[in-house]
Design a protein around this ligand. Structure first.
Ligand code: 13P
Length: 257
């Protein structure tokens, strides 16, 4: 089996307009080197996906949608479907905690979105993670378990190799409080145990598991060296060129700043 590529995803959330995104990508392109062992993925606002797609070299950057709607087309005012994103993005972030908690997305929506992405040749990055309260009452692993069951309900053993799981503890997102590497490792192991149980050992070995939550250029290397962690889902630190470029550089084995 080919070694797993490290995956570094910059989730820009609702930041940057089309013009800002274009300037940002232009600057980032000068700073990010292409390496065979690293995949760098940008997740700008929907509006910027098309212009950015014309601007990037796909060997250097791939694109991700931050969300999608699960029906392919129809009377769904304001939504963007996986079918509309097909061919434009390689990845889609699905079930991000901001979608779950602010926009009240439930497991049923999330599993439908996972299916829609797969159906349209888009790799879902399925996000799971516990809130501060769930953590304080010792439910971290139960929450991860339930969110995986919910999100993967209709995923077949052929499809599982096309899925990425991101562990993003809600209390660590945008708060500056990062999870300890041991927490990330514990979560990654629990995710793989469950994938083994559902799809077998080969699938569990192959699946890529990311950590996300207040990752910075200083903490990236530690997480990337953490057992079971194959990459990072980066929010705030993906919004400045030096920090995101430094994080991507950390992912390349042997390259140190
Ligand atoms: P921060 O890196 O800003 O904590 O955001 C993490 C995140 O939500 C990425 O999807």
């Amino acid at each position: 089996m080919a070694p797993v590529k490290k995956l570094i995803v910059g989730n820009w959330k609702m930041n940057m307009n089309v013009h800002d995104a274009s300037i940002f990508v232009h600057k980032l392109a000068d700073e990010i080197k292409v390496h065979r062992d690293v995949e760098v993925v940008l997740a700008p606002t929907f509006l910027a996906l098309q212009p950015v797609s014309l601007q990037i070299d796909r060997r250097q950057f791939k694109l991700a949608a931050q969300n999608l709607y699960w029906r392919d087309n129809g009377a769904f005012t304001g939504e963007v479907s996986a079918a509309q994103l097909r061919g434009l993005v390689e990845y889609a972030i699905i079930g991000h905690s901001e979608r779950r908690h602010i926009f009240r997305e439930h497991d049923k929506d999330i599993r439908n979105k996972v299916q829609a992405a797969l159906r349209n040749n888009i790799v879902p990055i399925l996000c799971v993670g516990e809130t501060a309260h769930e953590r304080s009452v010792g439910e971290m692993l139960e929450v991860i378990h339930d969110q995986l069951i919910g999100g993967l309900a209709n995923v077949t053993s052929e499809e599982i190799s096309r899925i990425v799981i991101a562990y993003e503890p809600v209390w660590a997102i945008g708060t500056g409080k990062n999870a300890l590497p041991e927490d990330a490792e514990k979560a990654a192991r629990a995710i793989r145990r469950q994938i083994t149980h559902l799809y077998g050992e080969a699938a569990a070995k192959e699946i890529r598991v990311l950590y996300g939550g207040s990752v910075t250029a200083d903490s990236a290397a530690t997480y990337l060296a953490t057992g079971g962690v194959d990459g990072l889902l980066v929010g705030g630190a993906s919004l400045t060129v030096p920090s995101f470029a430094a994080i991507a550089a950390e992912a390349h084995t042997g390259e140190k700043r």
